[in-house]
Structure formats: structure tokens, C-alpha cells
Design a binder for this molecule. Sequence first.
Ligand code: NZQ
Ligand code: ZN
Length: 385
Amino acid sequence: MPHLFNFSYHNPTQIHFGPDSFALLATLIPVEARVLLLYGGGSIKANGVYAQVTQALAAHAVVEFGGVEANPTLETLNRAVAVVRAEKLDFILGVGGGSVSDGAKFVAAAALYEGDGWDIVCGRYAVTEALPVGVVLTLPATGSESNAAAVVTRAATREKRVFYAQPARPRFAILNPGVMVSLPDRQLANGLVDAFVHVCEQYLTVPLGALVQDGYAEAVLRALKTLADTFDRRREPDWGQNLMWAANQALCGIIGVGVPHDWATHRIAVQLTALYGIDHGRTLSILQPWLLRESIGGKRAKLEQMGRNVFGLENASAEATIAAIEALYRRVNMPVHLHEAGITDADAADRVLAAAQTQGFGRFGGVAPLSEGQVERIIRAACGG
Ligand code: NZQ
Ligand code: ZN
């Protein structure tokens, strides 16, 4: 019998989903722990999350570190590591979106590593230990709250890189959809598209006959399509709850077990944030439709399957599915070309290409690696004048 899948799967993050979940913090973190409360630019102070979290931790020793940027930098996170060491803290609680969650993982790992923290980010050091991490999620998008990935930027060199650190995977994640009321529309759309592309990166490859993985991926994609179709209902509680759970499931690992992945969209898109500071979700809507058109040959069967099972297209062609994906992004006001994100740099395509080249083209494309020419055509189509 041919072997279809070959994997180990264990996601130990305990998820607490619901309106009253903040109070659980008091018992989820050992009372003798010395806690670093890591957060971002201050949204949690304006929307009441900070007050609820600190109230729940009234019996704990807590030291705060705010100011983690969207797309967190090594430079800022290293200052948080210094605080952890100076204050002898032993539990990292991230309260924020993907940037703070990722930052918490980095701090937890770097605090126990004597060398340069960049070694962790660029893979020179594989993380073997980390302080325990917990996350209070305020922005559904990345799935970072229950996965082992983190993305950190070295501002000095404008390099944005992903690393994986199993020991820093959050022990728990609090998903309280009430936090979403203060999210701007732009972040809701970013989150929806980020989650949509996360599923695509684990699904739009070649048909393998993986009935459960395909079926689950399609269920999450259909949920996200429904949320895009009903974007005018985005302030209704059920809409937000569905986005929060869909975004978590999109990148908690379950969809992608045992099947091929292709993270080319993310690998190229990261350069748009590193160079121009564009929100992560928007970099994906800018690049993915162009990337799919360029790699349509290798993805045709799965694109047709997606057209049938997600978009309900009759006699679905791969071309029609890509058009439907692009239309979905437009429905939630996301850019599908760099100039729609307000970037008018005439040399943008050359810059993005040069930055992508530093990663080595051989790394793009999963089962059907993209050629150098294909990567160049994708970048010129998405970023050219
Ligand atoms: O910093 P504050 O003041 O909190 O404001 C944030 C930030 O400006 C704001 N925000 C968050 N929750 C809010 C809120 N504003 C009002 N009300 C709330 N409840 O939203 C802004 C963006 O936050 P950020 O955390 O940067 O967004 P996101 O969750 O999209 O995370 C993006 C980062 O995650 C990485 C991206 O590369 C990027 O660095 N990713 C991490 C992944 C992972 N760990 O698995 C996978 C993803 O593909 C992604 O690469
Ligand atoms: Zn993403």
C-alpha cells in the first residue's frame, strides 16, 4: 500500500475561547511566576484589555514592556530580553496581535540563549529551550497564538525573517472576541486575507487524495469567503467570532499535516514589509494573484478543486478561481498591486527582486520550485510601474 502521509502532530497550546476568558489568567500562570507583560503600541490601554489583564494578575509579580512594533524588531525585543534578565522574570505573557505573540516567543527563547539573538532568527541557533509563553490575542490573523513560528525584523539591515521555536510555542492562548471591537476595518481585512492565504499555502499545491486535510482546508476557506461576502456585517459578534476561530485554525498546523506546502507568496511578500513597511496581510493580496497566474501550470488541478468546492464555480477553471480570489480581496478593500498600497517608487520591482534574491530563488515554490524568471515576472507584475 503506498504511504500517503508521514507526520507527527502535537499542538500543546491550550485555547480558551470566550467572553469571560481574561479572568482565567489568574490561574493559568503560576502565582509564584515573575511575569513579563509584553505589549505593542498602546491599543490595549485604550480599549480596556490592559486593565482587565492587570486586574486578573493582581496577585502576580508583573513587569511591563510596551512598544513592540507591528513587524517587531530585533532591536526592541533585545531591550525586552534585557529587562527579563535584569528583573529575573520567568514567564512571558504577550498581549497583542501576531507581532506581540511573535515577539514573546523571541524574548522567551533569547532570554535563555547567551549568544546574539539574531542567531535564533536566521537559524544559526536552533532553539532548544525557552521560558514559558502565554498569549492574550487582540487581533485574529496570523495564528501565532498557537503555533511555533515567529517573524522578526532586524531594522539595521531591513531583514525580516521567520524562525520556528517549539519550546516557545504558547502554553495557552486566550481568544476573547470582545477585544475586536476596537480593531480598525483595515486590520479586520488584513486578518481575513492573512488567514485565507495561510490556508492556500498549505492547500494550493498538487492533489494528493488527502480527504481530511483538503476538506478541512476548504471548510476554513469557505468560512473566510463567507466573512468576505458579509464584510458589511463585520461589527456583528458572530462575524468576529468566526474570524477569530478561522484565523487560528488556518495556521495552528492541523490543515497542513502530511501534505505538501508552498509558502512562496509569504516568502516573497515579506520583502514588501521589510522595504516599505506595508501591513503583512496587504503584501499577500498584492502578490498572491500574480504568483498564482505565474505558477498556474503546477497548481491547475488544485485551483480547479478550489473553484468548485470553495467558490461554487461550475466547470471551474484555474483562471476563474484566481479571478475569484482577486475579487474576494477587492471586496474587502485590499490592494492587488503595489501602487494600490500607495507605493510609487519607480524602482520598487528592482528593489524587491534584489531583496528576494538574497534568500535564494531555489527556496520559493514548494513541490514545483519557481524559476528565477518566474519570480522576476511575479515581482514585476505585482510591483512594476
Ligand atoms: O501595537 P498596538 O498598539 O497593539 O496596535 C496594533 C498594531 O498597530 C493593532 N491592534 C492589535 N490589536 C488591536 C489593535 N488595534 C486596536 N484594537 C485591537 N484589539 O493592530 C496593528 C497590527 O498589529 P500586528 O500584531 O502587527 O498585526 P498582525 O496580527 O497581523 O501580525 C503581523 C505580524 O505577524 C507576522 C507578520 O509577518 C507580522 O510581523 N506573522 C506571523 C506568523 C506566525 N507567527 O505564524 C505568520 C504570519 O504569516 C505572519 O508572517
Ligand atoms: Zn501570513
